[in-house]
Write a protein that binds this ligand. Structure first.
Ligand code: XMP
Ligand code: MG
Length: 184
């Protein structure tokens, strides 16, 4: 698939799946310890987090409900501005719920920072973040991300939900693009 378009594989399918199993066990254990057994609401951020959300929800050894939100940040194709618009809001009230945001990637952190403020204003019982990826060198605002799958270099990545111009979301691994894809 996508012959010659992927320059390198940063995180393999096996590494992603192993990490999800590990995160799911740890998160379930943490919530159980905190008395939140089976009362968890996962909020997936469309579209990037959809693969992670569905694999994570199935790996989580405790019941959880699934909600989705879609946001778009104004900015160029490959960088975020922090000005965020809600494209699809949650279908229900999260007041009193234990909410875990499931994200694909924390890059500058601007989108997540906005989302955390927005959701916190709806008075959930608790609000935490689990992101599959994080780019520590790209961070512009400090966001409290409780769970992170992988810290990756400051490069644009695709696959496993992440896209470039809506392509590559269907790859089962995380990779970088061959520069010829950006050119043209
Ligand atoms: P920020 O910079 O606000 O990131 O933390 C906001 C959103 O931008 C997307 N994003 C990426 N998408 N490859 C992608 O395909 C990347 O390397 C990348 N970095 C950021 C992603 O949806 C993130 O939530
Ligand atoms: Mg995202």
């Amino acid at each position: 698939m996508y012959e010659g378009e992927i320059a390198s594989v940063l995180v393999t399918e096996q590494q992603i799946q192993d990490k999800i199993t590990e995160l799911a066990k740890q998160i379930a254990a943490d919530y159980e310890k905190e008395g939140v057994a089976g009362d968890l609401l996962l909020v997936g951020v469309l579209k990037g987090a959809v693969m992670f959300m569905t694999d994570f929800a199935r790996a989580l050894p405790m019941p959880a409900q699934l909600e989705f939100m879609a946001v778009s940040s104004y900015g160029s194709a490959t960088s975020s501005s922090g000005v965020v618009r809600i494209l699809k809001d949650l279908d229900r009230d999260i007041a009193g719920k234990h909410v875990l945001i499931v994200e694909d990637i924390v890059d500058s952190g601007l989108t997540l920072s906005w989302l955390l403020k927005n959701l916190a204003s709806r008075n959930p019982a608790s609000l935490e973040v689990c992101s599959l990826l994080r780019k520590p060198e790209a961070v512009k605002v400090d966001v409290p991300v409780r769970y992170v799958g992988f810290d990756i270099p400051n490069e644009f990545v695709v696959g496993y939900g992440l896209d470039y111009a809506e392509r590559y979301r269907d790859l089962p691994y995380i990779g970088t693009l061959d520069p010829k894809v950006y050119g043209s």
